[in-house]
Design a protein around this ligand. Structure first.
Ligand code: SAH
Length: 242
């Protein structure tokens, strides 16, 4: 009995790894949030779908597990990497009582890597990812992690910078970072990475505070060495002695 947990990368089919495509080919049934299934529609012909809304993760995992226990080969798909703010952990938890079920986690290109490539090369040194969603993490913990990342001079990739209900989280995060970092710190935003309408912009931490973002955006905050070089966001590693 086999259940795959597949990270499909940030966009459509061309953003997937070959390993992910091959695993999907093996499956009779695919579970995922509707948007992700639409992105890989071309690979799902003839397959059963388990489709639920964004916040029905537990239901989706249980339905996928039960389909696999009934003898089908099943995939749960997540955008980016399934282990980065994705469903891999939850799936392993709900499958743990069923040792007859083999769960294989297949990695995907996460938004930090895909968005970093759009901007240039912001994450060449140590970096931290912080999600600004306080649905599952208390805001005080998010604040602590932001301060820690800023104190450590990490480049930071901010996931979930806003949602329909949470419109001020990026501004609040910037205010915390601005306690420790200069307002000229180089920043970038990338929207709809690898999807139709992909766009990006370069800015500074001071201006980022006033920037409108949505849940389809990943935000990048540079470290003390990050620069704009040839119109791209680059954190030099020091190869050239600078
Ligand atoms: N598992 C995903 C992350 C899910 S959390 C991954 O590894 O990429 C959802 C957040 O990820 C979004 O709010 C956004 O900040 C970021 N994200 C995911 N896909 C994106 C895309 N195609 N373009 C821009 N940001 C994206």
């Amino acid at each position: 009995m086999k259940l795959y947990c597949i990270g499909i990368g940030p966009g459509g089919e061309e953003q997937m790894t070959q390993r992910a495509v091959r695993a999907l080919e093996q499956c009779d049934c695919v579970a995922g949030y509707g948007l992700y299934l639409t992105l890989i529609d071309g690979l799902l012909r003839g397959k059963e779908r388990i489709q639920t809304g964004m916040t029905r993760e537990v239901d989706r995992c249980l339905a996928a597990r039960d389909a696999a226990l009934s003898g089908k080969t099943v995939a749960v798909v997540s955008s980016g990497d399934a282990g980065v703010y994705g469903m891999a952990g939850l799936l392993l938890e709900v499958c743990a009582p069923y040792p007859e079920l083999e769960v294989e986690v297949i990695p995907g290109v996460t938004a930090a890597c895909a968005g970093g490539a759009v901007l240039g090369a912001p994450l060449t040194c140590d970096f931290a990812c912080v999600s600004l969603s306080d649905l599952l993490t208390p805001w005080e913990v998010i604040e602590k992690r932001l301060r820690g990342a800023a104190m450590g001079d990490f480049c930071i990739a901010l996931y979930n910078p806003a949602s329909k209900k949470r419109t001020d989280h990026l501004r609040r995060a910037c205010d915390i970072l601005l306690e420790l970092l200069p307002s000229e710190t180089v920043c970038g935003t990338v929207r709809c990475i690898g999807r139709e309408g992909e766009s990006y912009s370069l800015t500074t931490l001071g201006a980022l505070r006033e920037t409108a973002v949505d849940m389809l955006t990943t935000v990048f905050v540079g470290n003390s060495r990050t620069q704009v070089i040839g119109g791209r966001m680059v954190t030099p590693r020091g190869y050239r002695g600078v």
